[in-house]
Design a protein around this ligand. Sequence first.
Ligand SMILES: Cc1cc2nc3c(=O)[nH]c(=O)nc-3n(C[C@H](O)[C@H](O)[C@H](O)COP(=O)(O)OP(=O)(O)OC[C@H]3O[C@@H](n4cnc5c(N)ncnc54)[C@H](O)[C@@H]3O)c2cc1C
Length: 439
Amino acid sequence: MIERTLFNSDHQAFADAFQRFVDKEIAPFHEAWEEQGYVDREVWRRAGANGFLCPSMPEAYGGAGADRLYSVVQMEALARGGFSGIGFGLHSEIVAPYILHYGTEAQKQKYLPLLASGEMVGAIAMSEPAAGSDLQGIKTTALAQPDGSYRLNGSKTFITNGWHADLVIVVAKTDPSAGAKGTTLLLVERGMPGFETGKRLKKLGLKAQDTSELFFNDVSVPAGNVLGGPDFLGRGFICLMEQLPWERLQIAIGAVAAAQAAIDWTVQYVKDRKAFGSTVAAFQNTRYTLAELQTEVQVARVFVDKCCELVNENRLDSATASMAKYWCSDLQCKVMDECVQLHGGYGYMWEYPIARAYADARVQRIYGGTNEIMKELISRHDGARRPLRAGRTGPVTCSGGVRCRLSPGAVVAGAGGHEERRHEAVGADVRAHRDAKPQ
Ligand SMILES: Cc1cc2nc3c(=O)[nH]c(=O)nc-3n(C[C@H](O)[C@H](O)[C@H](O)COP(=O)(O)OP(=O)(O)OC[C@H]3O[C@@H](n4cnc5c(N)ncnc54)[C@H](O)[C@@H]3O)c2cc1C
């Protein structure tokens, strides 16, 4: 087996501490949480009190100032144990980073410490009943009012952590006539009049995850709750495109860890299970199937570990993240299917972890952008589109159809169609938007 070199001794110590937390605070309760359809709120506060929420946020905002690999070890531990109700990853490594990267100083100071302590649970609401893959088709609007506030109307669905959420980053159109350029991110808090949480959705898997509908009826959102302030009006789509590669890699990280756990359970099971006077492990079919799965999971792990290194250096590009998301989640589903088969009828029984893992795996190919959309994104990077020429300044069209301007002096390195440049519009480094197309 190829030795993993991703983690150092500090990551390992953190992983051990988190595993102890999982064993004490999550494992004994997860089955009951599956029955009730949500995890107890207390687990969020305990995680916060123990430093397991938002570890990669700066210390000034309540985090530990750690690198993202500390979150990776958490994602792996939760996936390995099948604790799919726990939405820490989305909270700590999707919601909080939006606020850190784009929020105003006041927004960072107000929200990040509360997310890090677990006093607030975070969610992000992009998908709507009639718009998931086609995000530009969202209907939720936030229209400017004479008093400077925004009137938010619309509904969202399939929102992870949605039922517990105290803070929701809502994707809405502040200028419905401007397409992607009229999309803005709003910070909507529980308790704002007109914001209602709908029912928890009954799902094939992720039984303990409080995935919900959200409704916004004439919610008055103060101007101060536009993520990033007035400069970011209409720039929501650019922010989403920048953050999605990391979100997608997180799905791949969970996929590989869950697949490895399934193989490990199955190896144990087939050694014990007898048929035709021998163990199931002794059959050639069993050995070859497990050998194939081990091979593919090792290949996936090496690739995902490399992607983790890249994300830690802010060098993970959209196409590579899409490859990791689609290939690893496909592999996860294949592994679960084969492992259920090797368990025979017991593999279909809910009390066996493999049955739950099989059900949990299926959504990995759907959320975070479906695997078909991943292939669409990858196909735009393989030479089908002309890469930016070195030295070129904009305007360019980025993923999502957003037209952006490059700042003067922005670096565009043309090697292999790979560009790095600075978005003047966002004012943040945007690396490796390999699907940008000169106009
Ligand atoms: C458990 C769960 C949790 C989720 N959590 C969140 C969350 O926290 N926040 C959030 O905003 N959303 C969340 N989602 C929503 C998720 O991101 C969407 O379901 C997903 O993006 C797909 O959108 P859709 O369901 O509308 O499917 P559709 O877009 O209707 O797609 C249906 C089918 O058409 C295919 N398709 C669509 N467009 C194309 C195309 N251009 N080319 C080829 N095929 C295409 C799709 O691949 C799919 O197979 C969650 C979903 C689930 C199930």
